[in-house]
Design a protein. Structure first.
Length: 186
């Protein structure tokens, strides 16, 4: 696979309101583990839509990996123009910081927000432009990623589209692994 999309919960869906929350580090570590495997297999592009939460944290992981894998690139394809315009100032600054480092940035619909249909169009477009989806999502805890997963599963029915989920059990394993590494017992 050369191009994957990364998405998942928005930060508020996880009850995370600050990027320095310890949970963010565990989510980023889980994303990094999956991305490292994919990069070793030839991954060239990661696509996100730039939403707060998993997607922007994944961008940070890509930027960290670019130190060792400069061929890895990040594209941010927003569903509409100025998606961050209603966000608070802290989130807008964080978003601008992430966007400023991306290899490619564009908006799928070349207009500002008009309707929820733009989110559906974003999901359709990004699945069509990627060969796989890495999704931080637990099907037992529904949230906004459900809609993206449904579209990806439809594509998988008629192609070799790859879907990898990082669920809450996977995150718990990362938490335990990281705690073991940092433990004084070893």
């Amino acid at each position: 696979m050369k191009v994957i999309m990364i998405s998942g919960y928005k930060s508020f869906e996880l009850g995370i309101y600050k990027n320095d929350d310890q949970a963010v580090q565990y989510i980023k570590k889980a994303i990094e583990k999956s991305l490292l495997r994919l990069v070793e297999d030839g991954l060239e592009w990661v696509i996100i839509s730039g939403q707060m939460g998993v997607e922007l944290w994944a961008a940070e992981v890509v930027y960290d990996l670019q130190m060792d894998y400069p061929e890895l690139k990040l594209a941010i394809l927003t569903p509409f123009l100025n998606q961050e315009s209603k966000w608070n100032e802290v989130n807008q600054e964080y978003y601008e910081f992430i966007v400023s480092q991306a290899n490619f940035v564009d908006s799928i619909t070349k207009r500002e927000y008009e309707s929820p249909l733009q989110f559906r169009q974003k999901n359709d477009f990004l699945v069509s432009k990627s060969e796989g989806l890495l999704l931080v999502y637990d099907e037992e805890n529904e949230g906004s990623p459900k809609f993206l997963l449904d579209i990806a599963r439809k594509k998988k029915e008629s192609s070799s589209y790859s879907i990898e989920l990082i669920n809450f059990s996977d995150l718990q394993v990362v938490v335990e692994d990281e705690n073991m590494k940092n433990s004084e017992f070893w």
